[in-house]
Design a binder for this molecule. Structure first.
Ligand code: FAD
Length: 434
């Protein structure tokens, strides 16, 4: 089958790889000069099968309300005159029940586990190197009340077969001694040894090269501008070549929409309404001055809801979310406050370890669904497939989402219990989000 994959982020490139594995002919289209130059560029680097709880939790509405006025809050909802944002917000509220939370976690763990297995096999098969560290993920708490509440999450994950465990302060410091100077502020932590970290951009770009070597065509610097549909299927894709200015149409047997946050607006003219809204997040990457004193275990600082990951001789600090549209700029006062908050916090945690005077700031748009469950499956147009809406976990779920979609497209049932988009179970599970 001839397949056009739209989008060369972690999701599109993983899909392309597994489509090649299934023997298909693949063309990937992206507006950037290379793969992974948008949301997959500088994320928190965590392969986080265990720490996968969605934002939509019974405690979330009150927290979001409290945070409305704070520029440096972990989750900032900036109401706009945008019906898609309001629809997303209302669906989010319907997901903030215990029953929905439990159901969503079940699916996220299933996809995470399948994805982790897929990633490990892919790495073993290809030998791709991407500053991978198989050191687990450590979640530490500065507030005793939040630490006490974390036990519920541990019980939940253990019920799902994930080996997350509770740690005393001393155990936290034993797992990551680099936290020692902050030690007196740590109430305790949780840890999952099987989670890992690595650079999503490097991985995606290397996988894209391997896809090319296996015969896939990459049309970079091509804007996807629209579709020609007739008779219940997509006939062709309209693209604009940025270099020549020419418009052309691409024909194929099947099309995969993997354009992150932009998937929703691009599919709307086809009558396909995906409840995906961008959640802007930030990262700061620092060169290390003292690599020997820097952390190697990937971690989450619960107070600030930020991830800290070691990538070679650099450190990445990433986090925060802003529901405020499609802007990725770093110039607004909110952006500056958020970026500086990352720098300040890193210095509080690890004083003098990195050169924080010249941070590399970045912002990306998490393609978020109200329950953090992505759309993976077939749209109502028979040959148009979707792989989008991976929110906070696109790197974690990348390999598995690509593999599962390629399997579905090849008539193979993926070996995981998941509500695929377009399937009966998928519709049932996503009443509030479809
Ligand atoms: C601050 C932050 C921290 C994060 N940390 C983690 C983490 O630790 N672990 C984790 O698992 N996930 C993390 N994530 C989430 C993860 O980065 C995303 O879920 C993932 O990158 C989404 O991948 P994608 O391929 O769907 O989107 P993208 O990487 O954005 O890819 C979409 C592609 O589509 C292309 N495109 C879009 N529109 C068009 C068009 N009209 N024409 C042509 N091309 C187009 C874009 O150029 C882009 O290359 C984080 C995200 C952020 C923002």
């Amino acid at each position: 089958m001839k397949v056009v994959v739209m989008g060369a982020g972690i999701i599109g490139v993983s899909t392309a790889w597994y489509l090649l594995e299934q023997g298909h002919e693949v063309t990937v289209v992206d507006r950037q000069k290379d793969a992974a130059l948008e949301t997959s560029f500088a994320n928190g680097a965590q392969i986080s099968v265990s720490f996968c709880e969605p934002w939509a939790h019974p405690s979330a509405p009150l927290k979001v309300l409290k945070w409305l006025a704070r520029d440096d809050s972990p989750l900032l909802f900036r109401p706009k005159l945008d019906p898609h944002q309001w629809r997303w917000g209302l669906s989010f509220l319907t997901q903030c029940t215990h029953a929905a939370f439990e159901r969503n976690v079940t699916q996220l763990v299933a996809l995470g586990r399948y994805s982790h297995e897929s990633l490990k096999s892919l790495v073993a098969q290809t030998g791709i190197e991407y500053d991978r560290l198989e050191r687990g993920i450590l979640h530490f708490f500065s507030s005793t009340r939040d630490f006490d509440a974390a036990a519920a999450g541990v019980t939940l994950m253990r019920r799902h077969g994930v080996d997350r465990r509770v740690l005393s302060r001393d155990e936290v410091l034993k797992i990551e001694p680099a936290l020692r100077s902050f030690g007196e502020h740590i109430a305790g932590g949780t840890f999952t040894a099987s989670d890992e970290s690595g650079d999503a951009r490097v991985f995606t770009q290397k996988l894209a090269r391997l896809c090319q070597q296996r015969g896939a065509t990459f049309l970079y610097e091509h804007d996807i501008v629209g579709f020609d549909a007739a008779g219940g299927s997509v006939q062709s894709l309209r693209v604009g070549d940025q270099l020549s200015g020419e418009r052309r149409t691409l024909k194929a047997d099947a099309f995969v929409a993997a354009m992150g946050s932009f998937t929703a607006p691009l599919l709307r003219p086809l009558g396909i309404y995906l409840n995906i809204y961008p959640a802007k997040g930030y990262s700061a990457t620092f060169k290390l001055k003292h690599p020997e004193r820097a952390s190697v275990v990937s971690m989450i600082d619960d107070t600030r809801k930020i991830a800290v990951s070691r990538l070679g001789d650099t450190i990445r600090v990433a986090g925060t979310a802003e529901m405020a549209g499609y802007d990725t700029g770093l110039e607004s006062s909110t952006s500056r406050v958020r970026c500086q908050a990352l720098v300040r916090r890193y210095e509080e945690l690890f004083p003098g370890v990195a050169d924080t005077s010249e941070p590399h700031f970045w912002a990306g748009l998490r393609p978020s669904t109200p329950n953090n469950i992505p759309y993976i499956g077939r749209s109502k147009l028979g040959n148009l497939w979707v792989n989008a809406g991976h929110g906070t976990l696109g790197w974690t779920h990348g390999a598995g989402s690509g593999r599962a979609l390629a399997e579905l497209m090849s008539g193979v049932q993926p070996a995981l219990d998941f509500g695929f988009y377009g399937s009966e179970a998928g519709q049932g599970l996503r009443v509030a989000t479809a």
